[in-house]
Design a protein around this ligand. Sequence first.
Ligand SMILES: [Zn+2]
Ligand SMILES: [Zn+2]
Length: 292
Amino acid sequence: MPRPSTGGGAPAAGPYARALIAFGTMHGKQHQVAGSFAGILHTRMVAPVGIDTDQFGTFAGEIPRTLTPIQAARAKARLAMTAVDTPYGLASEASYGPLPGLPVPGHEEMLLFLDDTRGIEILEGERSLDVPWSPRRVTDTAEAAAFLAGVGFPAQAVIVHAAQGPAGLALVKGIADLAALAHAITSACQASPDGHAVVEADLRAQHNPTRRRLLTRLGQRLAHRLAIPCPACRCPGYGRTGTEPGLPCAACDTPTHLAAADVHSCARCPHRHRVPRPDLTADPQWCDRCNP
Ligand SMILES: [Zn+2]
Ligand SMILES: [Zn+2]
């Protein structure tokens, strides 16, 4: 049987068919998400031009972040929903730094969907160890170019700023060619009291291939989830919302902090259920009694 298409024939079905979703981004993130939303949910998506999502903070630090990541994502989605006048919104927010419980830097991305017609928020998140290189001090363009030749430049674009002085001094973002790099390094070295510039990965999505890949995965997961109705009330977006610790130690059966099950729940009604993890026991290295 042929699949119905959205272009004609059988009408697209589902809770969000033909819904207009506003993505609050200045950085092209809708390009990573719109395809799976259209394919799975038959939505339309727009990223309104002229909104300022940088007001909620920037990676480069010249505008400080005062909101939590989920608050910032909510604010960006609301900005876009107001601009487009639609009850459906999306936004994503990334955090880079040490991951909880791990001694290494990582990337945590969340993708938040708002539906004001049902009064719900659906969140999907993912942690990844696939992160760009750390900021690097350089004295001139040749040093910067030699380093960048080995780390994916210019697909991964860079920002440059003065090594000393106030945040944002001689800051240039989105550098993706050697001429712009040379200009920015020279200016930053001149501006910095110590004569050094700092080169960093530009973490914004349109300049950051690893982040775009993660956003694409999150978009697919969120679209699939929005197609799943709550078993009790049929509200869309039923899915994993947390974990339940207590996986028993393999040696002594003491409950550990490791997850024994995932918890799936509804965004609108109290319905929930637990899905046991495939592991039946935890390695004793995680046990407070065997390995205090
Ligand atoms: Zn134990
Ligand atoms: Zn429900």
